[in-house]
Ligand binder design. Structure first.
Ligand code: CP
Length: 313
């Protein structure tokens, strides 16, 4: 693996390898000293042109726990605010001698463009409405832990599919692992070409919920909407929100996911977000282990994982 730009970059075996190493890495969070020497001497730059809480901080923690030097550069506070272009910013940072660039950008395709400009490994931490491959890996990791093998499992991805890079990456990763994915959304929030995706589509959340093993609620991305996608927030919640009443429709074993940040009361009720079957904070914790595994696979070479990550294995 040279870069991680799209979930399509990973074969089923490679996804499995990333998740397996993440399982080993996750043990580190239980230790008093959370440090492995694996990436000592390596430099990772988090280059964030869009806001983030989970992705940026978990990449930072992941790099630091693997002993890499991690530097954060964000649009606010950098020369981007003076008008410096993406290319000049990336070339400037790369000239300092970095091994990996973790990039989030509002433009779809930005990460792939960056990969063409630099020798460093590039990780897509979310590019516009295109993809968010490490989110999909951490979602698969979390679901696999709770449900076991995902082959044959049914996952509903619900809500603002049009603007969701999380949905696009999850469809690729979950179907690669053999899961059945159903997209549930109003017609206005389904992207053109969705008929060609390896999923089914429904507009009836109440009919789908009793059939799933997991429901993944998506944030309504109001910052990417000019308006007119649904009549009102209340109408949206009535049609597509995971409300307290809808919780009763889920099978007993079914779990709830949300990539965050959440609009509580819009796409997900507090009773659902905080339910015992909600995996939302487990997803956040998985983000560190999965991103450690991704950094390991990109930067630590092909050596035996048990040797490279020491006694955490
Ligand atoms: N899920 C996710 O990407 O969250 P952040 O925007 O906080 O990184």
């Amino acid at each position: 693996m040279r870069h991680l730009l799209s979930s399509a970059d990973l074969s089923t075996d490679e996804i499995g390898a990333v998740l397996d190493v993440a399982e080993q890495m996750s043990e580190l969070s239980t230790r008093e000293v959370k440090k492995l020497p694996t990436l000592r001497g390596r430099t990772v730059v988090n280059l964030f042109f869009e806001d983030s809480t989970r992705t940026r901080s978990s990449f930072e923690i992941a790099g630091k726990w693997l002993s890499a030097d991690v530097i954060n550069v964000s649009a606010k506070g950098s020369s981007v605010s003076k008008g410096e272009s993406l290319r000049d910013t990336v070339l400037t940072v790369a000239a300092m001698g970095v091994d990996a660039l973790v990039i989030r950008h509002h433009r779809s395709g930005a990460a792939a463009q960056v990969a063409g400009w630099v020798d460093a490994a590039v990780i897509n931490a979310g590019d516009g409405m295109h993809e968010h491959p490490t989110q999909a890996l951490l979602d698969a990791f979390t679901l696999r832990r709770r449900l076991g093998n995902l082959a044959g499992r049914k996952v509903a991805i619900v809500g603002d599919i049009t603007h969701s890079r999380v949905a696009r990456s999850n469809v690729l990763t979950l179907t690669a692992l053999g899961a059945e994915v159903v997209l549930v959304a109003p017609p206005t929030l389904l992207p053109p070409g969705v008929d060609g995706w390896t999923t089914t589509v429904s507009h009836d959340l109440d009919a789908v919920l009793p059939t799933v093993d997991a429901v993944m609620m998506l944030r309504v991305q109001r910052e990417r909407m000019a308006g007119g996608y649904f009549p009102s927030p209340r109408e949206y919640t009535i049609g597509y929100g995971l409300t307290r009443d809808r919780l009763a429709l889920l099978p007993e074993h079914a779990v709830i996911c949300h990539p965050g940040p959440m609009n509580r009361g819009l796409e997900i009720a507090a009773e659902a977000a905080d339910a015992a079957r909600s995996l939302i904070l487990e997803q956040v914790a998985a983000g560190v282990a999965v991103r450690m595994s991704v950094l390991y696979h990109l930067l630590a070479g092909e050596a035996d994982v048990s040797r490279r990550i020491g006694s955490a294995a």
